[in-house]
Design a protein around this ligand. Sequence first.
Ligand SMILES: [Zn+2]
Ligand SMILES: [Zn+2]
Length: 294
Amino acid sequence: MTASTTAKSRLCLGSHLSAAGGVSKAIAAAIELDTDSLQIFTKNASRWKQKDLDPAEIERFTKLRKQWGEHKPIISHGSYLVNLASPDDVLWEKSIAGFCDELRRGAQLKLDGVVTHPGAHVGSGEDQGIARAAKGLRRVFDECDKADFQAPRVLLENTAGGGSTLGRKFDEIARIIELVDAPGRLGVCLDSCHMFAAGYDIRDQAGYEAMTAELDELFGTGEDAIIGAWHMNDSKGECASRLDRHEHIGQGEIGQAAFGFLMNDQRFFGVPKILETSKKDDMDRVNLDLLASL
Ligand SMILES: [Zn+2]
Ligand SMILES: [Zn+2]
């Protein structure tokens, strides 16, 4: 690798790209965009029942991945239907089975992580929800072991905190991870829009440092770090609005400065930084170039 490609791969920028027509299509798009990381859905994110991945498609995916760069991280984002914190037994069991399937697909594609939201307590209360999510994740890992496949690391994503969703404060995610007590199997995905909407004001350096100090204390930011991915989204909603609405980088309420702090933070070099913003009008290209220039 030349010096400039090394510097580029350290930034590890990527995007959530469409796998419509097959998961290999997303890698083809990543090659086209020249990204260094990628996020995909391995199934329709708003449907429970789904066909298994086609072995021929897994082969195409693997082949194309070699061409793109095998060292480049690929993660998937789990279904929005899954709620491992649900107090409803039927939905909880369905969520466990659904998320196991998500991990099985991730294992088949040798993904580096599978992102999921911690879930919503739906009125049962925060403590109850956290305990339930932890119990659900333990069940998920047990099922994976029984089915005898190596599940990718599960990355719990922080949320904007709308309704009864858990994960508004980093501490809630840390509590779930502690309760599951499965070292190496759980990590964190941090969404910049969600944290801002949840009340972490990262617009100036002091606010950014306060946020990362919390990350360091709860998840580590050095060798022992369990931060597996960032979601790079500006926010349509104001700080603490609890609105989960993504905006293009520098065009929302967070603004460009915070993304500059993040891009230049050596503690996050090599960690995938994934755009989840609208792709209209070639905006992925614009957002990726902007982030790389900060
Ligand atoms: Zn998400
Ligand atoms: Zn996200």
